[in-house]
Design a protein around this ligand. Sequence first.
Ligand code: PLP
Length: 485
Amino acid sequence: MARLDQLKTPLFDAVKNYVDNNVIPFHVPGHKKGAGLKELREYIGERALQMDANGMEDLDFANNPTGVIYESEKLMAQAFGAEHAFFLVNGTTAGVQAMIMSAVEPGEKIIIPRNAHKSTIGGIILSGAMPVYLQPEINDRLGVAMGITEESLKKAIKENPHAKAVFIINPTYYGAASDLKSLVRIAHRHEMTVLVDEAHGAHMSFHSDFPLTAMEVGADMSAASIHKTAGSMTQSSVLLLRGNMVAPEKLKQVLNLTYTSSASYLLMCSLDIARKQLATEGSNLLEEALNLARMARDEINKIEGLYAFGKEIVGTPGCFDFDETKLGINVSGLGYTGYEMEAKLRKEYNIQIELSDMNNILAIVSLGDKEENMATLINALKDIASKTEVIEHAKTVYIPQNPKMIVSPRDAFYSQKKKVPLESSVGEISGEMVMAYPPGIPVICMGERITEEIVDYIKILKEQRCQLQGAADPYIDSIMVLGSD
Ligand SMILES: Cc1ncc(COP(=O)(O)O)c(C=O)c1O
């Protein structure tokens, strides 16, 4: 394909024309450019609500783009080195589900790391695929899951030679990347489609200091949260496709099963503009973000009791490369859990970080960050450390490994269920997922056997008052298990 002009924003231009021409709106949304939603209009401004249009000829239709959305998607595809790009307005969740549903049919196997995001379980239930879980490597010092190794993939393929697809996370929430190129080569040798979750890697194509991306190493599909680290608005992501393992027509058909028929033009314009920015200025902007993250890491590592991990973890099991804009900080040397540190930073210093776990906090540094904000974070951490006694042997608490899958997630989803107190659920088969969010990695999935270790871990998460999701009971005093009363 000829090189496209990445300075162009076809969709954004069409929306600006629509606004500038003062088109009289006898169409939804019924707020009619904000006139019917005064309080919000006064707060966010008239322009944002004028842009909140709906599908029409000059603005194209997101479910079947042939005009300006199609042009903008082509630019997006080329910017990422893909052959096709599909705008998503329901996050990477929708992309993950579409990847699984288009690559794997009911009863077929998909090889998937156990630390995959909850959206994969949705994809597995919707497609009827059978998950074969791969245990990710664990970094003992940090107590967090890393990527997967070539050896573990080879072993899973040997045990499941007819699996249809391999699912890989690139990179993990904390920035660890597997050797994606080798994993793709191994999977393709066995004619397995490679699906890559790049929820945390949307920026990586645009600066050479980042781990390689799915499209760069010849994976078949990738779902990338442009909204998380590459500048667009929340919920806006992209699904990328290349090669001939999955036809674009099929992928579009699958996407349209759940795609809204009223995609937000604000979100899609933000994708158009973020892509232009990435393609034309991304390298410089990401260089600045990298410099800020590196400076902060160095400063934080001077604080006794804290460890901001970085590229030195490359070469440890499951970490082939590392995304330095993920500023993960191990806080257990100060005797705090990550949850306690997150709450402290918010309550006492007005700083909200991205996530915490038992041992770590994670700050995301991206192309919108400024030196002053980094200094505020560093100073807050210095202040906390100066008021805290450093402890010698920090405790590391791990998420329980490898719960045993007794029935498939789909069968469990459609089975009869009963409610039992969490305390007495040991030995039962779970009828729902339980996860701390973020990161959204299930502690237990539907169809898996509940163990004492899992109940104990959930109790610790509850004590830490972390945001637990997935279960019917928001406080997880009870859990749904398979069976009837
Ligand atoms: C690894 C991973 N995959 C997928 C998702 C879903 O992305 P989105 O929030 O864009 O739907 C997330 C969200 O946190 C994630 O962490």
